[in-house]
Design a protein. Structure first.
Length: 183
């Protein structure tokens, strides 16, 4: 009787542990996917706003054509990138272009006083903060997921069930530099 009970307990343990580990890994993977979706929503909002911002600046800074083209190209590259690392790099370039645009806009008193431009600038500033929060949430979810699939004994089941490490959404090196504005 004792051996039968021991056998049932061991069998239940052998069945329960992989199921529990699998379900936990699925939960963490879904949290990473949800976090990435949050980043994409914020980036889409910023991308939509940039078109309005460029149009507002165009009227005042017509001779800054190269900068406006740079912002537009960076926006297009950001929306067309496929992998997370490509997206992070493209978003970094876009952020640099926007910083340069705002630095140039400081030289146009009429533009600085324009209510539409100020509203767009404030909205974009809020969006940047939202993107940073979404990025931190995503990276936290990735950290938890990567920890989940790399610790023992989960790592044995992770490879068996096809779970693989996810990339962080890192800010590119150029995000750390201060933009240079030259006339």
């Amino acid at each position: 009787m004792f051996y039968l009970l021991l056998f049932v307990v061991i069998l239940a343990f052998i069945v329960f542990v992989p199921i529990s580990i699998y379900n936990s890994m699925v939960k963490h993977r879904n949290m990473v996917d949800e976090a990435w979706s949050g980043i994409e929503v914020q980036l889409k909002r910023r991308s939509d706003l940039i078109g309005n911002l460029v149009e507002a600046v165009k009227g005042y800074a017509t001779h800054e054509k190269n900068l406006l083209e740079k912002v537009t190209l960076a926006r297009a590259a950001a929306t067309q990138s496929s992998s997370i690392s490509e997206r992070a790099q493209a978003e970094g370039a876009l952020q640099q272009a926007l910083r340069s645009l705002f630095a140039v806009a400081e030289n146009y008193p009429e533009l600085k006083a324009n209510e539409n431009f100020l509203n767009l600038q404030n909205t974009l500033s809020e969006l940047e903060q939202d993107i940073q929060m979404a990025r931190r949430y995503y990276n936290g979810a990735v950290r938890e997921y990567n920890n989940m699939i790399q610790v023992f004994p989960n790592n044995l089941f992770a490879s068996m069930f096809g779970f693989s490490k996810r990339e962080y959404f890192d800010a590119p090196e150029e995000d750390l530099d201060v933009p240079q504005v030259k006339f």
